[in-house]
Design a protein around this ligand. Structure first.
Ligand SMILES: C[S@@+](CC[C@H](N)C(=O)[O-])C[C@H]1O[C@@H](n2cnc3c(N)ncnc32)[C@H](O)[C@@H]1O
Length: 400
């Protein structure tokens, strides 16, 4: 494989911004790719793939390099280590002069005996993961370091699986049916430029995440509240399941996320959705006892989606997890009031930690707010077992 210095410059710049300036990996990679319009799709794929891979294995590579990179030359050395360990021969450039594959391989063998180092995660996270998941943690964290499969959800308001498959095939993109409305993309391509995407025939959504909206068992005509709607991945799915009938209220504390949701709703042909920012407790109070269904896709550590956001492991801390656990309990306590007797609620996270998942239900049920509630279903999806993002989906019903 021929290496281009311009690509490595771009990767080094992205890494510097992610690790030293606190940039989010996905946004930084998008920015870097946009900055030079002359690049072809292979160049873009190379830059994105290797930047993500280095973010994923940053701790391990820094260990092998002997220090955390600060200068440009040190970032080049780290990239050299990554490329060599992935079987890519290095050109005779001065930045790579003292790197040798067999020396690196033996250092790697030694490092691999330490799980936190091998999986490139902070020590505190390794301790927490084992405490929370026991023997399952080793396989879970290894699976979370793999590349995520790309999955689509057919937008049933405007198409069916056959129409999406056919439209994508015309643009050279092959998909395979999974279950439900999910299609697996077998080759990485820019899906957002396709006609089918622009016409709102599908959304890109992980298979695990696609299980959340159906779990709420919505019916056309109901009043459904998506209380942590964000940019609306699950709201769009709920609208499709409601067949655009009834009322879907999409709430979030961040109005700017709802602006994105509205754009997506228009593209998806959704007509029964109202997006409202939560600016005070009034909106929740007014809905007390009114909703047939409430989805709580709560903020979480994101530990189930490390495949997609590998930089999260460097941005999380024990304190940030504590804070989010507190917020989740508050949201469950306050927002469950919106459900009417006989109604249902789904509590979901993209975390693998029981602390953010089942434990939250166990804390809620005996509390005053949990009176009259029952758990109907609880599912923990794990990447090594189920093949997709780590997710937790539970359905509760309000009996009185
Ligand atoms: C996991 S994300 C939601 C993702 C979204 N449901 C989707 O499918 O695309 C959690 C969302 O909760 C929002 N949030 C955080 N605290 C909140 C609160 N107290 N009330 C409502 N939304 C909140 C965040 O802004 C974020 O958009």
């Amino acid at each position: 494989m021929k290496l281009y210095a311009a690509h490595l410059h771009a990767i080094a710049e992205a890494l510097q911004n992610i690790f030293r300036e606190g940039a989010y990996a996905d946004r930084e990679i998008a920015r870097i790719l946009k900055a030079d319009k002359r690049r072809g799709s292979n160049d873009r794929a190379f830059i994105a793939e290797h930047t993500y891979a280095i973010v994923r294995y940053y701790r391990l590579y820094a260990h092998l390099a002997g220090a955390e990179p600060q200068t440009k030359a040190e970032w080049w050395r780290l990239m050299g280590i990554h490329l060599l360990l992935n079987g890519i021969d290095l050109p005779d450039w001065r930045e790579f002069k003292d790197l040798d594959r067999s020396t690196l391989q033996s250092a790697l063998e030694e490092a691999r005996t330490d799980r936190a180092l091998r999986e490139s995660i902070p020590d505190w996270l390794d301790v927490l993961g084992e405490e929370q998941l026991g023997a399952e943690w080793t396989a879970t964290i290894a699976a979370l370091n793999e590349q995520a499969p790309v999955v689509l959800r057919v937008n049933r308001l405007q198409a069916d699986a056959a129409a999406v498959t056919e439209s994508l095939a015309q643009e050279g993109i092959v998909v395979e049916p999974l279950a439900g409305d999910a299609l697996l993309v077998t080759e990485r391509k820019n899906l957002f430029r396709t006609k089918a995407f622009q016409r709102g025939l599908f959304e890109v959504q992980d298979y695990s995440s696609q299980q959340a909206a159906p779990a709420l068992e919505v019916e056309p005509g109901q009043l459904v509240v998506d209380a942590c709607a964000g940019a609306g991945g699950k709201s769009l799915h709920l609208a499709a399941l409601m067949e655009n009938k009834g009322r879907l209220l999409s709430l979030d504390i961040h109005g700017w996320k709802l602006e994105e949701l509205k754009r997506r709703a228009r593209r998806n042909g959704v007509t029964n959705l109202e997006a409202r920012p939560i600016t005070s407790t009034k909106i929740i109070k007014r809905l007390t006892g009114k909703a047939d269904r409430v989805l709580l896709d709560v903020p979480c550590s994101g530990l189930g989606v490390l495949r997609r956001n590998p930089d999260a492991k460097w941005k999380l801390s024990p304190e940030s997890i504590e804070r989010v656990v507190q917020e989740q309990q508050e949201i469950l306590t306050n927002y469950s009031r919106m459900v009417k007797p006989g109604g249902k609620l789904v509590y979901a996270t993209c975390s693998v930690l029981p602390r953010e998942n089942g434990d939250q239900l166990r804390a809620f049920l005996p509390s005053p707010a949990g009176e009259g509630w029952e758990v109907e279903e609880e599912r923990s999806l794990l990447p090594q077992r189920d093949g997709y993002d780590g997710f937790f989906i539970s359905r509760l019903s309000r009996t009185r």
